[in-house]
Design a protein around this ligand. Structure first.
Ligand code: FMN
Length: 393
């Protein structure tokens, strides 16, 4: 009798636990990857509607941005679009001069320009000059660039077509699959039309190892700073409800884990997730970087020049779109460049500027963006996006 009662009790517990698990899985979006309002902008970006230049904004908001902060604001008329940066949308001490947010603005500008050509506009971009400074005490919008639109020839490029398929891929790559030399040449020539940006590409094991080690050490050091961690945590979205509510930030789906591990991670309580994330081999990051056959560094003449940041962002967006169009994946890995800002902000000796400068071997160029590329082992998942209505002023 007692045993039967126990079995009955155990059955109820199992049903409740299993039911609770299913409920939690649903609540945490385990079965809804890429679904819901936060992901609509990826699907309706090219819908035929007669809203003219707004179509360009729909492409711009699919661009990359640091921690998916989406710092952009657009003022749209029939003949122009003005881009401003919303400086409130920052990652704090991780990007103390908003250098990376400005690079993100360049990424959005590039998508916008590609969409202008695809929609039959002749577009001319004018970037406002200026230097970056510390994040203002009361950050607000800052006007950065104006795009003038006139009637032009319709040109739907392979880069434009790749816009909805470009996602940051944080999974491992296939080290044995080298990047075809023609593609390396195409990547190198992306910046050849702009004397202010240069793209340095590294394929030898020795060069890549050096950059991976600098980046891995920078990763450990920068996130051990509590202020940096606080700035970053503001944009970590572990709850599915928050993903759908805020439609920005870094999600578990985009962390580059295989589907089952992703599903389990989404169901974990936050404390357990943090504990799990802190485990794993010490050299995980450099191993991940070394799985890619190509590491690149974008360099400019002045890392804190506003126009140079936008220019670098445009080149990264083009490079990532080109890689996507040709079946490759890419990921920025910027902790070493971020450490340059961090050391500057704290008045420390510029160790990382020296280390990365040594890698470039040309004092005329300052490293501002580091990335790796290759053939992926996993399909990258989309990140959420705020809709056009949120970012048009
Ligand atoms: C300036 C800049 C720096 C970035 N740095 C990193 C980085 O160090 N590591 C990383 O995994 N992703 C980095 N990213 C990628 C963003 O996190 C990513 O673009 C954003 O989460 C949106 O996702 P999506 O690119 O897949 O659309 C960076 C992006 C930009 C524009």
């Amino acid at each position: 009798m007692r045993r039967r009662l126990f079995m009955k009790g155990a059955g109820i517990v199992t049903v409740v636990v299993a039911g609770g698990g299913v409920w939690r899985a649903c609540d945490q979006g385990v079965f809804s990857v890429g679904e819901g309002p936060a992901y609509e902008p990826w699907k309706d970006w090219r819908t035929e509607s007669n809203d003219g230049a707004l179509a360009l904004v729909r492409a711009a908001i699919l661009a990359a941005s640091p921690h998916n902060t989406q710092p952009w604001l657009f003022k749209v008329t029939a003949s122009s679009i003005e881009l401003s940066i919303d400086m409130r949308r920052n990652v704090g001490a991780l990007d103390p001069f908003l250098r990376e947010e400005h690079i993100g603005m360049g990424c959005a500008l590039e998508n916008l320009m590609l969409a202008a050509a695809a929609n039959g506009y002749q577009a001319t971009a004018t970037l406002l000059p200026g230097k970056l400074g510390p994040i203002p005490a009361e950050p607000g919008p800052q006007f950065l660039a104006r795009v003038d639109l006139a009637a032009g020839k319709r040109d739907e490029s392979e880069l434009y077509d790749a816009i909805p398929r470009r996602h940051t891929n944080r999974g491992a790559f296939l080290p044995q699959n080298p990047i075809p030399p023609q593609l390396i040449d195409s990547l190198r020539s992306l910046a050849s039309g702009d004397p202010n940006v240069r793209i340095f590409l590294f394929t030898s094991e020795a060069d890549r190892k050096k950059i991976a080690e600098i980046s891995s050490a920078a990763n450990t050091e920068i996130y051990s700073d509590q202020e940096v961690d606080r700035g970053s945590q503001r944009w970590i979205r572990t709850r599915w409800g928050d993903v759908q509510k805020y439609r920005d930030g870094l999600t578990i789906d985009a962390a580059g884990e295989p589907p089952i591990a992703t599903g389990i991670a989404k169901m974990m309580p936050l404390a357990m997730l943090k504990w799990a994330a802190s485990r794993g081999p010490k050299n995980r990051y450099s191993r991940l970087m070394m799985s890619a056959p190509l590491i690149g560094i974008l360099a400019v003449h002045d890392r804190y020049d506003r126009q140079d940041c936008l220019r670098a962002g445009r080149i990264w967006q083009r490079a990532h779109l080109l890689a996507t169009a040709r079946g490759l994946a890419g990921r920025p890995c910027n902790e070493a460049a971020e450490m340059i800002d961090h050391e500057k902000a704290l008045g420390k000796p510029p160790l990382r500027a020296a280390l990365l400068g040594e890698v470039l071997g040309d004092a005329a160029w300052q490293p501002t963006f580091v990335f790796y590329m290759g053939y992926p082992t996993l399909t990258a998942r989309a990140s959420p996006r705020r809709p056009v209505e949120y970012v048009v002023v």
